[in-house]
Design a protein around this ligand. Structure first.
Ligand code: GDP
Length: 220
């Protein structure tokens, strides 16, 4: 009876959604760190980090994944903008909000400091198991994103790409973007996992990221 099967399947899926939402919703803010040395002893749990150009939609994604309004806004309060923010999920693993890069309004000195902070984190943070690089689907790839892919490879860190704000692009535009990224990713095949398509406005693709993080956290 395919109707019944479909009903059961849908029920399981929605429970899965509920389970993951509750799982990620059980979180707490560990701290905000401005230098790599400060975060060293903060936690020994495994970590997943989020990185991308400023304004890419990183805070929105972190809030959507954790189903916690304003969790990532903490990083946006004055004075804390340029720091590494760590959130513990369900006492199981950490999600890390890294500073946005390519923010034109910042001075060169601050931008250099941020680049050093991000580089130190990527190269030294042993418990960081997988990075999510966010790309605004309307803006596409920029040189700094390529620098980030290179840094991840140098640091021997696996990564996935999250396209954000897909509600602003057409299906054709998204397909073109995916094709060109996947072609570029042939050069990064040792470390690249997959692409995700998301919109926090339309709440699309969020569950896929929750599933991926949950799966990776169980595997390690
Ligand atoms: P961050 O600087 O990377 O943390 O980015 P924010 O999460 O603060 O988002 C930057 C801007 O993009 C804000 O004006 C958001 O409202 C907007 N934004 C974020 N996600 C989406 C989305 O999925 N769709 C649309 N249309 N706008 C979004």
């Amino acid at each position: 009876n395919s109707g019944l099967f479909k009903e059961k399947f849908l029920l399981k899926m929605s429970n899965g959604n509920k389970f993951l939402n509750q799982f990620f919703n059980s979180n707490n803010f560990i701290g905000s760190f401005q230098s790599y040395n400060d975060i060293m002893p903060s936690s020994n749990l495994i970590e997943f980090c989020f990185i991308g150009r400023s304004n890419v939609g990183k805070s929105s994604i972190i809030n959507a994944i954790t189903k916690t309004n304003n969790l990532a806004r903490i990083s946006k309060t004055p004075g804390r903008t340029q720091s590494i923010n760590i959130f513990e999920i369900n006492k199981s693993f950490n999600l890390v909000d890294l500073p946005g890069y390519g923010f034109a309004k910042l001075s060169k000195v601050i931008r250099n400091n941020l680049a050093v902070l991000i580089e130190e984190y990527m190269k030294n943070r042993k418990n960081m198991k997988h990075a999510f690089v966010l790309i605004d689907s309307k803006v596409g790839l920029k040189n700094l994103d390529i620098d980030m892919f290179d840094l991840l490879c140098e640091s021997k860190k696996s990564f996935s790409i999250i396209f954000t704000k897909i509600d602003k692009s057409s299906k054709t535009q998204l397909e073109l973007l995916d094709t060109s990224i996947l072609s570029l990713m042939k050069s990064y095949s040792q470390y690249f996992f997959k692409t995700f398509f998301t919109s926090t406005k339309k709440i699309e693709g969020i569950i896929d990221i929750q599933k991926e993080i949950y799966k990776l956290s169980q595997k390690i």
